[in-house]
Design a protein around this ligand. Structure first.
Ligand SMILES: [Zn+2]
Ligand SMILES: [Zn+2]
Ligand SMILES: [Zn+2]
Length: 353
């Protein structure tokens, strides 16, 4: 039986990275109403906001002053979730009540001095500067002997908990390997030892042959809706070349990464003509000094919006208790994202509309 014959009836799909199932319910798209209505966020932000703690020259919550930065600006989070000098106490009463110390460094990366310009509307050299900042942070944090994992991510929009509209991302460096990278590492390893190849190289080859879940691509990167996507418009960004971390990108590949980040986020913004909220982040190899030939760097975009700028998906009930579930199929989501124009809706002239 052909896989696609399954796609019109309820079925489940395997996520080979996390080694778990997701339930897909295409027939539920007939439902007249889905999700919660959110107030659309205010569209117009000023280029500079005197009350913003991320804008150049402004004072932050604990009294530090931002420099008059002109490109990117990185600083230690004033309210960090992890501390680099936490005491290293090992405590265990029983294997049922296990706790371990956790050290970490949490940084904020302002993408540009502009309060009102996010990744989709930054010029390519501005996105390139963000990538350069990510690479140097990954290398310098990863070089610390106790840092074993560096997570680069962006929470965009109040819906995703971003506390400030000024475009920025975060970097958390941990002493431990967090849950999801740990699961992915086990999957990459097991796949490599049984198939003698890379899980994501093989997956990408399959997806390029099918084509139906591809959203956009350039010479170095592909963005697709993964076969096992959970969020309605979730995507996976993959380099075509097998690399374990961002600093292995060639200068041309860094330019092409800027291009694909811009095109992907423009498509997202244009989908519902809103500043599309998401959590996105890169999964790179651990930084414990080991060699990780099985690791294939990738980025996940997890956006919560379902049908419009105001209708959001929630993970509740069966999804919280059992398995994630989605209604719109990954193929339909990819087709919608693929059809979208790559000129940002705020930058269109009347001719292009
Ligand atoms: Zn600002
Ligand atoms: Zn690979
Ligand atoms: Zn991942």
């Amino acid at each position: 039986m052909n896989l696609s014959q399954l796609f019109h009836t309820p079925h489940r799909r395997w996520n080979p990275l996390l080694r778990e199932w997701v339930v897909v319910s295409p027939q539920r798209n007939q439902r007249p109403w889905l999700g919660k209505v959110e107030e659309p966020p205010a569209i117009h932000q000023p280029a500079y906001d005197p009350g913003c703690y991320l804008c150049p020259g402004n004072e932050r919550a604990r009294g530090a002053h931002n420099p008059a930065y002109t490109q990117t600006f990185v600083f230690d989070n004033d309210y960090a979730a992890l501390l680099s000098d936490s005491p290293q106490i090992a405590a265990a009463e029983s294997e049922l009540m296990l706790a371990r110390p956790e050290r970490g460094i949490c940084r904020v990366v302002c993408f540009s001095p502009r309060h009102d310009v996010a990744i989709p509307r930054l010029p390519l050299d501005g996105i390139h500067a963000v990538i350069d900042a990510w690479v140097s942070q990954f290398q310098s944090l990863g070089a610390l002997d106790w840092v074993n994992h560096v997570q680069i991510f962006e929470n965009r929009g109040a819906l995703m908990g971003a506390s400030n509209p000024h475009p920025h991302g975060q970097i958390w460096a941990n002493g431990s390997l967090p849950n999801i990278p740990e699961k992915e590492l086990a999957s990459f390893r097991e796949y490599r030892s049984s198939k003698k190849s890379c899980l994501l190289c093989d997956y990408l080859r399959l997806e390029l042959a099918h084509g139906e879940r591809i959203v956009c691509q350039n010479d170095a990167f592909v963005v697709l809706v993964p076969f096992w996507a959970v969020w309605p418009f979730e995507t996976l960004l993959l380099p075509k070349r097998h690399l374990a971390a961002m600093h292995e990108l060639s200068p041309l590949e860094r330019e092409l990464l800027a291009d694909i980040l811009r095109r992907t986020t423009i498509r997202y913004d244009n989908l519902f003509e809103t500043a599309f909220p998401y959590s996105m982040g890169f999964h790179q190899r651990p930084t414990d000094g080991g060699s990780y030939p099985e690791w294939h760097i990738h980025a996940h975009y997890f956006p919560p919006l379902l049908r419009s700028a105001t209708i959001q998906k929630f993970m509740v009930g069966f999804e919280l208790l059992d398995s994630p579930q989605r209604d719109i199929t990954p193929e339909d989501a990819a087709a919608r994202l693929r059809e979208i124009n790559e000129v940002h809706y705020l930058d269109r002239t009347s001719m292009q509309q």
